[in-house]
Design a protein around this ligand. Structure first.
Ligand SMILES: [Mg+2]
Length: 338
């Protein structure tokens, strides 16, 4: 199978309501869909969303990066193209889009265990009353694993957590600060919420400050999860070596795609590291790719954070999976569809 052409298309998906975190506000998901066309007519598809605030890549950068490397990739077989791709210095989400397309052409996307899994649902950063009502609506629709986005106002963060914990005891609270807090604020937060039933706190401080992350991890019984601090397997190993966090969040767009996520998952499996499998706000093909991993590495992945399709204004028919509230099942006709 020799690569004959690599085509790109910019796509948009409208969200039901704005997605708001400490880092950004999104109303429409923008992403590049890449199609890798082979000499035997097979086509592999991958996607990369624009997440400048996290990967440093917008639509223009993703398109320019693909244009730059496609002459190197065209004419190669898929395995050689995959190797070449990961030698280049292009951004991680562009790599992920191409990696997903290549892994699809290699027949990677099959399921071992088709029993359903559950995703969390994001509660965007908003005034307290709005966050409480969003959380109540989610729980009453059977979605009780809540990814709660908190911001730099630590008083608001503590109050939201208290109220959610008090009014929705059935909810599992995954707190995500997206790097918004200082070390002092983080310590103030963990002291204030220690008595509540919180599943974990994700990336309280800036990604590069592993020292602060470790001090917070040591200061609380609540598990601390590294997200923006872990892009690659090397980052994960550094977190483990320095004991800076209890868990890691793996995302295709950070690590460079499925083949790289597999390396991290295998490392996590061998070293008994608990993981979350997350995503950016993404289109259906890259979410499909992440879901195959979530199904096949369910022994390693403790939390699935793949709720993008639940946030789409209109349901997508390009998913290989069915979302029913937080429950995700494989489509009956699922057969290596990607
Ligand atoms: Mg996060």
């Amino acid at each position: 199978m020799i690569i004959q052409a690599i085509n790109t298309e910019v796509k948009y998906i409208e969200l039901k309501t704005p997605f708001i975190t400490a880092l950004r506000r999104v109303e429409v998901i923008e992403f590049v869909r890449v199609s890798v066309v082979c000499s035997d007519g097979e086509v592999g598809i991958g996607e990369a969303p624009a997440t400048m605030a996290i990967t440093g890549e917008d639509i223009e950068i993703i398109l320019a990066s693909i244009k730059k490397i496609k002459t190197t990739l065209i004419g190669l077989n898929i395995k050689s193209a995959l190797e070449e791709l990961h030698k280049t210095g292009i951004g991680s989400s562009t790599k992920a889009a191409l990696d997903i397309a290549f892994m699809s052409l290699l027949g990677f996307f099959t399921l071992e265990d088709i029993s359903s899994i559950n995703t969390d649902i994001t509660i965007s950063l908003n005034p307290i009353d709005k966050m409480l009502s969003d959380a109540k609506i989610a729980c009453s629709s059977g979605m009780n694993i809540l990814k709660v986005k908190l911001g730099s106002d630590i008083k608001h963060a503590i109050e939201v957590t208290h109220k959610l914990s008090a009014t929705l005891p059935q909810a599992k609270l995954l707190i995500d600060a997206n790097q918004a807090w200082s070390l002092d604020e983080s310590l103030r937060y963990v002291n204030a919420v220690e008595e509540f039933d919180i599943e974990l706190i994700e990336q309280p401080v800036v990604a590069k400050d592993l020292r602060a992350l470790k001090l917070i991890t040591n200061a609380t019984k609540i598990p601390i999860l590294a997200d923006e601090a872990t892009f690659t397997l090397a980052d994960v190993k550094e977190i483990v070596k320095t004991s800076s966090a209890d868990m890691i969040n793996i995302k295709l767009m950070k690590c460079g795609g499925v083949s790289k996520a597999v390396e991290i998952l295998e490392y996590a499996r061998v070293n008994s590291i608990k993981c979350m499998l997350g995503s950016m706000l993404e289109g259906p093909y890259s979410i499909n790719a992440a879901l195959y991993l979530a199904f096949n590495y369910r022994d390693v992945i403790e939390y699935v954070d793949l709720d993008s399709p639940l946030l789409y204004k209109e349901a997508s028919d390009e998913l290989d999976f069915i979302f029913s509230g937080s429950k995700i099942s494989a489509k009956d006709n699922q057969k290596n569809l990607l």
